[in-house]
Design a protein around this ligand. Structure first.
Ligand code: PBG
Length: 330
């Protein structure tokens, strides 16, 4: 039989396949999320995230050196806040001597080339486990924005390169951008979580920071009045366009794997860099399957991250960044 077109021709050898490969995953694509806690010389494993730890700052700094030597250029920082420092306003979040501010300074000092991206959101600091200040039982959008500006300025002051607001309040990118411009932080970037969905895939992260919304009938029981409804796609585009107008430099879509249709659609529409968050629940699913021998850990990691890039991501926030970097460097 004569077949003029045979797609298999270009798959016949590793060399041929490499010539026609469209997407190449590299360590330049990764940002590593890190959990930092108070104390010294201690690390605690996070049960639902095998291989991931909460570390005291001294160990986190060492880890950053190691990550940078593996080729990872960015870290996304989260802090575990002791219960006695939590309140409704989240004021510990703009304490210039707070754990996040100390972490930014210490990492900048030890690994100056590392791009430092602190999380900007109140939930780890909130006694209610919400990303918003609560007034009369409701999330107070505009009061929250004022707090986020103070938090952002304290991160910029400490030396952060790119702020990563993950709260989903309306208008916060504009508020943070004005705050930065007015205070001379003209070179500090904003990576905005533009399309962040209310997702069950954040479960392991919330247990790592003890930051889940608290059981309390006087406050909203979930984050659905600010994070997006997973049934929606057009709304994501609207969120993205507004954050670009408000002054975002990088657009985040989150979660990752179940939301790659959104990534690809946003990629078609915008020219700004896109970040995708391969979230804690995605990581946990892969790890638990791999631990049971049901998935090949290394192959599944490289495949899932490559597919996120193929969908349109310029950078991927992933707990598998270190492992993936070691695999790519082999
Ligand atoms: C909160 C925040 C969350 C994550 C990053 N920042 C959780 C949430 O919105 O409840 C999730 C990250 C993950 O699951 O890996 N501002």
């Amino acid at each position: 039989m004569i077949l003029y077109s045979r797609n298999r021709r270009l798959r016949m050898s590793p060399a041929l396949r490499s010539l026609v490969q469209e997407t190449v995953l590299t360590t330049n694509d990764f940002a590593m999320p890190m959990f930092i806690m108070e104390g010294k010389n201690t690390q605690e494993p996070i049960a639902s995230m095998p291989g991931i730890y909460r570390r005291t700052l001294d160990l986190a700094v060492q880890e950053c050196k190691e990550l940078y030597s593996l080729g990872i250029k960015a870290v996304n920082l989260y802090v575990k806040v002791p219960e006695n420092l939590k309140d409704n306003t989240g004021k510990e979040s703009w304490n210039s001597n707070g754990l996040m501010q100390s972490a930014i300074k210490a990492i900048k000092d030890a690994v100056p080339e590392m791009v430092i991206m602190p999380d900007v959101a109140l939930d780890p600091y909130s006694m209610y486990g919400h990303d918003g200040i609560i007034t009369n039982g409701k999330i107070d959008n505009d009061a929250t924005n004022e707090a986020l500006v103070k938090m952002s300025l304290s991160h910029a002051e400490a030396g952060a390169d790119v702020l990563a607001p993950s709260d989903m309040m309306d208008g916060r990118v504009a508020a943070i951008r004005s705050g930065l411009e007015e205070n001379g932080f003209t070179d500090v970037g904003i990576l905005s979580y533009a399309a962040k969905y209310a997702s069950s895939f954040y479960g392991p992260f919330r247990s790592a920071l003890d930051s889940a919304p608290k059981e309390n009938n006087d406050i909203p029981k979930d984050k659905k009045t600010y994070q997006m409804d997973f049934h929606n796609s057009r709304e994501a585009m609207d969120e993205v366009m507004k954050d670009i107008e408000e002054g975002a430099d990088i657009i985040m879509i989150k979660p990752g794997m179940p939301y790659l249709d959104i990534v690809s659609k946003v990629r078609e529409a915008i020219d700004l860099p896109i970040a995708v968050f391969n979230v804690s629940g995605e990581y946990a699913m892969l790890k638990v399957a791999a631990q049971n021998g049901w998935l090949d850990n290394d192959k599944a990691i490289i495949e899932s991250l490559t597919c996120i890039k193929r969908a349109g991501a310029d950078m991927i926030f992933t707990y598998a960044a270190k492992e993936a970097a070691m695999l790519l460097n082999q």
